[in-house]
Ligand binder design. Structure first.
Ligand SMILES: [Zn+2]
Ligand SMILES: [Zn+2]
Ligand SMILES: [Zn+2]
Length: 293
């Protein structure tokens, strides 16, 4: 310090300028505070360390001390059948008897036998030109009957939900009535609907009746394929053809058909692909799907 800036007189505290004195005093205080905190954690063989405290909440038979809880977690963590997901800053790990969430500054631990899980929120991210596949992110809250364990949230992709259910023995409640889309095709239906809503609607010629959808027979057919995509300058799609079929399919059935005719390994191509009309085989793209009004 004194070699780099001799003119600042940093050898002696009483020769320094006031700003430097404040800086040095603060640095020393910070160092002392850190050391005190570490000594406090270290007392009684790390008895006060936050991770050790989180583990102490689970000291009950068969575990006699937090070291025994830690070794149980260690053993199960090494098994290959554990469930693990999430980014490094919010990793979720579920072993045979433990639910863990490891964040940058905290480790949350809940015993499977004590906890119950609630699906509280879902966020849907549509398939778009810049995302490879549509995703649905679920937030699950882990509550423990152990009063020393605070509830915590875990987040995962809906396609991992089935695997999580297999690993969690605790009941999982769906409080928010969240519709969980566990496959990429189900997720795609939401995207399909959102994109079709942007297309112009189709008005039925007067006197024409709509019939039930021939795919599900549950709702009335509400889609019509109209070749709208041609002549859009650079977006010209010469391969689309005009379909002359009367409305026969509902939007969900047409969306499922559209998804089923795609390369299942490459969902990022789905929006821009053409598939044949399920009835007459004329090629259409997502821009050509109109909802009947
Ligand atoms: Zn249908
Ligand atoms: Zn057709
Ligand atoms: Zn088209």
């Amino acid at each position: 310090m004194c070699i780099a800036a001799p003119e600042k007189h940093l050898q002696y505290v009483h020769q320094m300028s006031d700003n430097w004195r404040v800086f040095v005093v603060l640095s020393v205080c910070l160092l002392l505070a850190n050391s005190t905190l570490i000594i406090y954690w270290f007392r009684n063989r790390w008895h006060n360390h936050p991770i050790s405290r989180a583990l102490q909440a689970h000291v009950q038979p068969p575990h006699s001390n937090w070291g025994s809880v830690a070794s149980s977690i260690n053993t199960e963590f090494r098994r290959i059948d554990k469930f693990a997901t999430g980014a490094p800053g919010a990793r979720v790990i579920i072993t045979d008897s433990w639910v863990l969430k490891v964040t940058t500054y905290h480790v949350y631990v809940a015993a499977q036998s004590d906890c119950h899980v609630t699906v509280t929120e879902c966020r849907q991210h549509q398939l778009s030109p810049d995302s490879a596949s549509p995703i649905q992110l679920l937030t699950l809250r882990v509550h423990s009957i152990n009063p020393a364990v605070r509830p915590f949230d875990i987040r995962l992709n809906s396609t991992e939900y089935a695997e999580l259910r297999e690993k969690v023995h605790a009941p999982i409640r769906n409080s928010a009535n969240v519709v969980i889309h566990q496959t990429i095709s189900e997720l795609f239906l939401e995207t399909f609907r959102a994109h079709v809503d942007l297309n112009q609607p189709y008005s039925l010629p007067s006197g024409q009746e709509v019939e039930p959808c021939i795919g599900c027979m549950q709702v009335s057919a509400n889609t019509k394929l109209v070749r709208l995509c041609h002549g859009d300058g650079a977006d010209i799609e010469p391969e689309c053809e005009q379909c002359f079929c009367r409305p026969m399919w509902c939007l969900s059935c047409l969306g499922r058909w559209f998804a089923s005719r795609q390369d299942q390994q490459r969902p990022e191509t789905w929006l821009s692909s053409r598939v044949p009309c399920p009835t007459c085989r004329a090629k259409f793209c997502i821009l050509d799907v109109c909802v009947i009004h």
